[in-house]
Design a protein around this ligand. Structure first.
Ligand code: ADP
Ligand code: ASP
Ligand code: MG
Length: 460
């Protein structure tokens, strides 16, 4: 059972989590928890301030968050347990003070220090949650996720090593579970196999921790408890009339997550697929509301389209060279540049003499352009957005692309990709048009009379 930041935002939310876990004790749960809401952002901001030399102000800016934890402990724990947790917070404060000071003096590599700072959010929330569960009479014990999830040493977005992670997770957690205990781990945080230092799995990475732990333990189900009723037909922050999608295939969920559905970290699905564990996305605020199950089944619905995802802040790199005409090795040369700068490419399209690629991570864009310019002419467009239509059977159903593009015919489409996966149709528009495109597509596929009729015929 993984609980996201909004599921542990205050004392009431902690209470709800305790209630949910206690209802599931017969299934022998393992609990993974994110940092309390806003804490990771605050830690990252504090870290940034420290690198500018403002480490004292940075630590002060975190006081309000320490206080949030302490207040919950005071409200939900016995005086003795609250005092014990107070000491944990004090230790975290000292650790942060040291790490922020080091960041200010840049005495150790910054990515390493950043992970040590940012990991405090999950360290605190997981210890607090374990204590809250014990206060409810559950046999919960805190387990250090850094001893379970073992990664490479790419700080900030480390990659777990599968075998080590499975072995360590089982060794640490199985004895606890066998004794009837409920292990409580922080999500997102891990440690490097090479150095033992704290690493993190990338923003939103607690879902991934749940996937890894669930797979390692051959869980019956991985439950992602969040603030919405499952995976919805579109981002609820953009579309009003969204609905819960009851079932998704692994492939559909992976595409949605990858192309912007924040409700699931894109890497969550992979360990689940390998071990064949279903993933359920549920609402911690209203546990009786509908939810989504992600599993192998590739079910086609009468609508075909199951959801629309989008992601803003995307850049497109156009690479043009006459050398590409009838030549081989050119694509390799281009992709080597992205590999060298450890930058993932989302969409690729090609013509005779040019290649266009979309990127989300533009932190290395300068050096990438410099390297690409040695082999071709390069042009970059920023402030773009990817829109992705997802549904099993999409590639083999006529009329979908026609309907998509006629629905947004006055919005300029800059790049299109379909066919590489059987379940999605993806295209790029200017960022300022993305919300409008998603709203109109949602209306066309889910809200208009034909869409409703189709759904009724299919009994969905
Ligand atoms: P948590 O803190 O539980 O990890 P997140 O904020 O990471 O929660 O993810 C949940 C949020 O994802 C929702 O509140 C919603 O705004 C957003 N979201 C974006 N697309 C979708 C979608 N298709 N279905 C559900 N939620 C979505
Ligand atoms: N706390 C981390 C973040 O905010 C991880 C997570 O919430 O999944 O990115
Ligand atoms: Mg999340």
């Amino acid at each position: 059972m993984k609980f996201g930041g909004t599921s542990v935002e205050d004392a009431r939310a902690f209470g709800r989590v305790a209630e949910l876990v206690s209802r599931h004790t017969a299934s022998r749960p393992v609990v993974v928890v994110s940092a309390m809401s806003r804490v990771t952002d605050a830690l990252l901001e504090a870290f940034e301030a420290a690198t500018r030399g403002e480490h004292e102000a940075a630590l002060r800016s975190l006081e309000v968050h320490f206080e949030r934890h302490v207040a919950i402990a005071r409200e939900l724990l016995t005086a003795e347990a609250a005092a014990e947790f107070g000491a944990t917070v004090e230790a975290a404060r000292r650790e942060l003070e040291g790490a922020l000071r080091e960041a200010s003096g840049q005495t150790r590599p910054l990515p390493l220090l950043q992970d040590s700072v940012v990991s405090c959010g999950e360290q605190l929330s997981s210890q607090l949650l374990a204590a809250v569960l014990r206060a409810r009479g559950l046999k919960a014990s805190h387990a250090d996720a850094r001893r379970c999830v073992i990664t490479d040493d790419e700080h900030g977005r480390a990659t777990p090593l599968r075998e080590e992670t499975e072995r360590h997770t089982r060794e640490l957690l199985e004895p606890l579970i066998d004794e009837g205990g409920i292990p409580v781990l922080g999500g997102f945080i891990a440690s490097s196999a090479a150095t033992g230092e704290t690493t993190t799995l990338g923003r939103g990475g607690s879902d991934f921790t749940a996937g890894l732990v669930g797979a390692a333990l051959r869980a019956r189900e991985i439950q992602i408890w969040t603030d919405v009723p499952g995976v919805l037909t579109a981002d609820p922050r953009v579309v009003k009339d969204v609905r819960t999608i009851p079932r998704l295939s692994y492939a559909e969920a992976a595409e949605l997550a990858y192309f912007g559905a924040k409700v699931l970290h894109p890497k969550t699905i992979l360990p689940a697929v390998v071990r064949n564990v279903p993933v359920r996305i549920c609402n911690s605020r209203a546990p009786a509301s509908p939810d989504t199950v992600v599993y192998f089944d590739a079910e086609m619905t009468p609508r075909t389209v199951k959801a629309i995802a989008h992601k803003t802040g995307v850049s497109i790199v156009h690479v043009t060279s006459a050398r590409m005409l009838g030549e081989y090795g050119f694509l390799r040369a281009i992709f080597e540049v992205f590999e060298r700068h450890r930058t993932a490419v989302d969409i690729v399209t090609t013509s005779e003499v040019s290649v266009s690629l979309s990127l989300e991570d533009t932190s290395a864009l300068g050096p990438i352009i410099e390297d690409l310019s040695r082999i071709a002419a390069v042009k970059v467009e920023s402030e773009r957005a990817i829109v992705c239509i997802v549904g099993e059977g999409l590639r083999s159903t006529p009329g979908i692309a026609g309907r998509v593009f006629s629905t947004i015919k006055d919005i300029n489409v800059l790049l299109i990709s379909q066919g590489a996966s059987t379940v999605n149709l993806t295209f790029v528009v200017e960022e300022r048009h993305a919300a409008e495109a998603v709203r109109r597509l949602h209306e066309a596929f889910f809200e208009c009379a034909t869409a409703e009729l189709l759904a009724q015929i299919g009994g969905h």
